[in-house]
Design a protein around this ligand. Structure first.
Ligand code: PMP
Length: 350
């Protein structure tokens, strides 16, 4: 007998690489290529280091109130955490507590099965159709909860709200989590359904559309009952998840709606131009509504393109997994970064 028999063994999620060289082009982790709102910078400069002596507000009320105002809900409908990864992990722990399997797509955010394994939650995956759309009927069987990203990652496909509403309405005995990490790039949110469905939890993040992946801020919106259950678990785990820094920076970001609209629109414009260029180069892809494009090439294998881009210090993401191992996930960068990517692809492919 060794202590190792009693260790909780897990196979961890593997995040994208974070190299940081001055001239590299980093299109591999769906970050925003623009800086956060100038108001965030201002808020950081106004932070008083002496405040760090004190614990932050455990209820994160300033940030929660700012989010409630922005999304027109009550503060008791908002939960915040250390990136949406933390919010999702807490949600799995809180709501997926059944013997029945949790359901999610077979091609999806690869953290879901990791949390399920970590928390010993049974799960089953529902195969996407050949075109990567969701087959709604798969979510009508008995289950212990459902999680679906919309747009899905890494495909970028946006599922119409009506289809998701059918799934939410058909599962009143399960919590349905819609992970909207990428919804701000011209997607349609299910947030308007929150008043109607007490089993719906919508999760979003500051990491993409608010250009703050490094601040680690995510949030969930649902009916007060769901949020209260989430807070009970959070306060049984770690009361102080949000630092003074992230509370101040997050509040400043939410309050700058103009900047938010400006940078998300800019990314959408660049994405649509990138689609045209990629098509010309012989790529095909699901019609992304996210800040990335999931593309496969008519002639050259994805791994080879990935390696050859990397030699040129251009990083995109490659997943060596069934059904998607001939695709590259390319984050939408600035117009300039995308031009450099296309120039490299022309060299590699033509
Ligand atoms: N959900 C999805 C679908 C994602 O792709 C990501 C980004 N890795 C996250 C959640 C987590 O993002 P964050 O923790 O930075 O909010």
């Amino acid at each position: 007998m060794s202590f190792e028999e009693n260790v909780r063994k897990v196979i961890p999620y593997v995040p994208g690489e974070q190299p940081n060289r001055p001239n590299m082009i980093k299109l591999n982790t769906n970050e925003c290529p623009y800086p956060p709102s100038p108001r965030v910078e201002e808020a950081l400069q106004n932070l008083d280091a002496d405040r760090m002596r004190l614990y932050p507000d455990p209820t994160a009320s300033e940030l929660v109130n700012a989010l409630a105002a922005r999304y027109q809900v009550n503060p008791d409908q908002v939960f915040v955490g250390v990136g949406s990864d933390d919010v999702l992990a807490m949600s799995f722990l809180t709501f997926f507590n059944s013997e029945k399997p949790v359901l999610f797509p077979d091609i999806t955010y690869s953290f879901y099965d990791v949390w399920a394994d970590l928390f010993r939650i049974p799960y089953q995956t529902c195969p996407l159709r050949e075109d990567f759309t969701i087959c709604g009927e798969d979510y009508l069987r008995p289950n212990g909860g459902i999680v679906i990203p919309n747009p899905n990652a890494p495909t970028g496909l946006l599922e119409p709200v009506d289809n998701l509403e059918c799934i939410i309405a058909a599962n009143p005995d399960s919590v349905v989590i819609i992970d909207e990490a990428y919804v701000d790039f011209d997607g349609e949110s299910v947030l308007p359904l929150v008043d109607q469905y007490e089993n719906l939890l919508v999760v979003q993040t500051f990491s993409k559309s608010r250009a703050m992946a490094g601040a680690r801020i995510g949030f969930a919106i649902g009916q007060p009952k769901l949020i209260a259950y989430l807070n009970d678990v959070k306060f049984s785990f770690n009361s102080y998840t949000m630092s003074h820094v992230s509370l101040a920076a997050g509040k400043a970001a939410v309050e700058d709606e103009t900047y938010f609209q400006e940078i998300t629109a800019r990314i959408v414009r660049t994405r649509e131009r990138a689609k045209e260029e990629l098509r010309t180069l012989g790529f095909s892809f699901p019609d992304s509504k996210a800040n990335f494009i999931f593309a496969t090439h008519e002639r050259m294998g994805a791994k080879e393109i990935f390696d050859r881009l990397r030699e040129r210090d251009i990083y995109v993401r490659y997943f060596n997994k069934p059904r998607i191992d001939d695709y590259l996930r390319i984050t939408v960068g600035t117009d300039e970064q995308m031009e450099a990517l296309f120039a490299a692809l022309r060299e590699i492919l033509l």
